[in-house]
Design a binder for this molecule. Structure first.
Ligand code: GDP
Length: 548
């Protein structure tokens, strides 16, 4: 069944139909009484029936094979075809109804015949060869019509085996919740994958052989059409155009000259290589583990400082608040530095978040400790200066003296400086949104980062944008390098990819951003509540990206 294009078994359609009918009729009562669950757990004594049906089907195909062609005039079919043509010329909607009816009647027929099913099978055997031939022609006619309509229906794009196999399950009762649906099992069934029709693929035997590379080595010419399609697919998924081209190029270079295994198609080989490349891109060498790093800073009795930057409206403040919530939930106290001293309402926005977060985590639930506080100096002031003050404010107050070991386990420290008044575990620095091309504002950002030396510089970017996100990220990174006075300038360490909930499966921005800078995506914003923060699942993103 899987290799119909190579070896055509003429009786397969008939066999599947016969098995369908016989199986359903034999176990009809069992299905009705036990339901689907019973069916899934049951065992079926159907082997002998199947072998009999297979024998019958093989026999019938042998009988049919040597049949000598009749002339058109001799053929009864000629009359029927004319009749059919007259019917087809009638009103279109009627025709559809008629055919639906025909299909239905076939179904109904099979069900109606179901009760005396065994008798009908018995009837067939002693019938004369001529009768059988008549019946077969009817069946062929019916099948041809069915196939014609299938081809013209939308669902007809799918493999006819898929449609057929579905109809095998169609009479099952719906499964109980949690019980795998037959359709689900069927979707995973490997042999069916072999024969699913490809949209716009090369048709027929020739096309199939062309797709099978066998043990030949891959050339650029083999891959080019597939790569072209892949490139368009990636762009459609919001991968920046230039990056889609580069990605396909690197896949081509990797595969060129490679020997394919038998029955491996160029498409599947290229797809797999691309998939691997994408997963690799999303799993950069340097991972950022914020909680571990915060604990590390704690051991050194200092706050862990994070700076957020990006253009306006991408979600810097909102995601800063979400990250605050996540840190507090993990037991760390947070000081928010309101360094967007430019945009009206920016400070108030952070104040509201702080109030809400405090309501969710009041000091009473944390042994009197304030878990989140806002450090603000209003508008129009120097942002770098406010960030510095905030970091200083958030510093652990140990009451004097610095222990040589600076370790949490240092007994002397614990005894000498047991309390930390006002100290915060983390300082989150919000900055004003700025366009990547605005040189003075970029210089100001570079200064803020150079002066305060944060532990982590996060670029906040929307998943909604394609090429634009890459441009922003590249220019922010470059500006930090160009406008920094330091010899080894602090660049962007990681990405917060926001509004991931709004893009469906157009996840290309994730690829573009990580590919171009090799910076990891540290957080993913997936909505507008404090809980809508995730880490990136590289495999899931790649799956969404590859999905047709
Ligand atoms: P900022 O100017 O960069 O600070 O952006 P804001 O934090 O003010 O966010 C701008 C808008 O984006 C607000 O309406 C947010 O609610 C919204 N927003 C932020 N993050 C997300 C997200 O992950 N998903 C969705 N759907 N909206 C978001």
């Amino acid at each position: 069944v899987g290799f119909q294009k190579i070896l055509t078994l003429t009786y397969v359609d008939k066999l599947i139909d016969d098995v369908h009918k016989e199986f359903r009729d034999k176990y009809r009562n069992q299905f009705q009484q036990k339901g689907t669950l019973g069916l899934l757990n049951g065992t079926f004594d159907f082997k002998d029936d199947f072998l009999r049906l297979l024998r019958d089907a093989e026999e019938s195909s042998k009988v049919r094979a040597p049949t000598v062609m009749k002339t058109f005039e001799q053929s009864v079919k000629s009359q029927k075809t004319v009749k059919c043509m007259i019917e087809t010329r009638g009103e279109k909607p009627k025709e559809k109804v008629k055919n639906k009816k025909n299909k239905g009647s076939k179904k109904e027929g099979t069900e109606a015949v179901a009760a005396p099913g065994k008798a009908s099978a018995g009837d067939k055997q002693p019938s004369a060869a001529g009768d059988r031939e008549e019946l077969t022609k009817d069946e062929i006619l019916q099948k041809n019509r069915e196939e014609f309509f299938k081809r013209h229906m939308k669902a007809g794009e799918k493999s006819r085996w898929v449609t057929r196999a579905r109809s095998l399950y169609s009479s099952f009762k719906p499964a109980l919740p949690g019980v795998p649906q037959p359709q689900q099992m069927f979707h995973n069934s490997p042999p069916l994958l072999l024969c699913s029709t490809k949209k716009g693929g090369l048709g027929g035997m020739f096309g199939m052989l062309k797709g099978l590379v066998g043990s030949k080595s891959l050339t650029r010419a083999d891959m080019d059409p597939v790569l072209e399609k892949m490139k368009d697919h990636l762009i459609a998924k919001n991968v920046a155009a230039e990056i889609a081209v580069q990605l396909c190029e690197s896949v081509a270079k990797k595969l060129e000259g490679k020997v394919m295994g038998t029955f491996t198609t160029v498409t599947s080989t290229v797809k797999q290589a691309l998939q691997e490349a994408l997963v690799q891109i999303l799993q950069p060498q340097r991972r950022v583990d914020v909680l571990r790093d915060v604990m590390d800073a704690q051991r050194h009795r200092r706050p862990y400082v994070v700076t957020f930057c990006g253009v306006n409206g991408v979600g810097k403040s909102t995601n800063l608040a979400k990250i605050s919530f996540w840190l507090i939930e993990n037991g760390f106290s947070v000081l928010i530095a309101a360094c967007d001293t430019f945009r009206a309402g920016a400070v108030e926005q952070l104040r509201t978040h702080t109030r809400r977060l405090n309501a969710l985590h009041p000091p009473e639930s944390h042994g009197g400790r304030t878990m989140v506080q806002l450090y603000e100096k209003g508008y129009g002031k120097d942002a770098a200066g406010i960030a510095m003050e905030a970091i200083s404010y958030g510093r652990w107050k140990t009451g004097g003296g610095t222990c040589f070991f600076r370790e949490e386990s240092c007994l002397r420290c614990l005894l000498a400086y047991p309390a930390r008044n006002q100290g915060f575990d983390v300082v989150l620095v919000d900055t004003a949104g700025r366009m990547q091309d605005n040189a003075p504002l970029m210089t100001a950002l570079a200064k803020l980062i150079a002066v305060n030396a944060p532990d982590l510089v996060l670029f906040v970017g929307e998943a909604l944008v394609g090429n634009e996100a890459v441009d922003q990220l590249v220019k922010f990174n470059k500006a930090l390098a160009d406008h920094s006075m330091a010899q080894t300038p602090r660049l962007i360490d990681g990405i917060v990819l926001t509004k991931f909930d709004t893009i469906d499966d157009k996840v290309g921005a994730a690829i573009s951003m990580t590919y171009i800078t090799s910076k990891p995506i540290v957080f993913v914003g997936t909505g507008q509540t404090y809980c809508d923060l995730r880490s990136l699942n590289a495999k899931a993103v790649v799956t969404a990206l590859m999905k047709a």
